[in-house]
Design a protein around this ligand. Structure first.
Ligand code: SAM
Length: 264
């Protein structure tokens, strides 16, 4: 806490709530995340380094660290305090992941900004074939979405993409007092170990976006948005051994795998 406040004072920064700037102040949690991330000798991507609470630990252990930060004030802190870290000042949603680490594999560690957790997670999952693991701190409800089962209202593209690509485990529950300023919500740390054989996540993402586009519609109706006639969509479902009237939220991971292989 003292260090965070000292840095905020030194750089005359007021945390920006709109950018999800709740800084991790529990050193034991930061140490645990770095330990669970198993990044010794690896390339590590951090999204939103903020004042560097995780970054400095990652830099100490990893082979190389690239940190992507949207806020120029935070970017300036990292450049000054942690010159060994490669800082990219931009919105991570605009980052060209293919261009990072000369195409080498990498791991991810991040305390994700609450307002943009889902798009960031989906973007990372789309290139899970290049990622060894992701250790993410996120809002409790957002973390829960990785563990949902088919049939639940929160089961969706994030759940399916994460489960097909990774072995997922919860590492820790965090409370608002682990952050400064304190958020209004509880948080969790999850670790996603990416499966080596993952492929076609971009295609799966496209399929999932269509399949879940209107949750109350049947899968056939949603698939018709992929330029398919009703008859074609029904045939695809039949070949994938899925009922004609099924909704996307009732289809399990294997069902989506069958659908993907029939479609492509
Ligand atoms: N890693 C630091 C820590 O644990 O104390 C800060 C975490 S804070 C929850 C989230 C950080 O993400 C902030 O520094 C914020 O400016 C940054 N951020 C917010 N939106 C971003 C985006 N779209 N791309 C990159 N960084 C972003």
């Amino acid at each position: 806490m003292t260090e965070t406040k000292a840095l905020l004072q030194k750089y005359e920064i007021v945390p920006n709530k709109a950018l999800g700037q709740n800084f991790l102040v529990n050193a034991a949690v930061a140490d645990r995340i770095v330990k669970e991330a198993t990044i010794e000798g690896k390339n590590v991507l951090e999204i939103g380094p903020g004042l560097g609470a995780l970054t400095k630990r990652l830099a100490h252990t990893a082979k190389s660290v690239v940190a992507v930060e949207i806020d120029e004030k935070m970017a300036n802190v990292i450049r000054n305090e942690l010159p060994a870290v490669t800082l990219i000042h931009e919105d991570f949603l605009d980052t060209d992941i293919d261009g990072l680490f000369d195409g080498e594999r990498f791991s991810v560690a991040a305390n994700l900004p609450y307002y943009v957790t889902t798009p960031i997670s989906l973007k990372l999952l789309c290139c899970a074939d290049r990622i060894d693991s992701m250790t993410l701190m996120l809002q409790k409800e957002a973390g829960q979405r990785f563990f949902e089962k088919e049939g639940s209202k929160k089961y969706g593209p994030l759940t399916v993409l994460a489960k097909r690509s990774c072995a997922i485990k919860k590492i820790a529950d965090l409370s608002p007092s682990d952050y400064y300023p304190m958020p209004d919500v509880d948080s969790v740390v999850v670790h996603l170990e990416c499966k080596k054989e993952v492929k076609d996540n971009q295609k799966m993402m496209h399929l999932l976006n269509c399949a879940f586009s209107m949750r109350r519609k049947t899968l056939v109706n949603n698939l018709m948005a992929m330029n398919l006639t009703r008859e074609e969509a029904e045939n695809i479902l039949e070949k994938a051994s899925l009922p004609k009237t099924v909704r996307a939220e009732a289809v399990d991971i294997d069902g989506f795998e069958r659908l993907l292989s029939v479609l492509y």
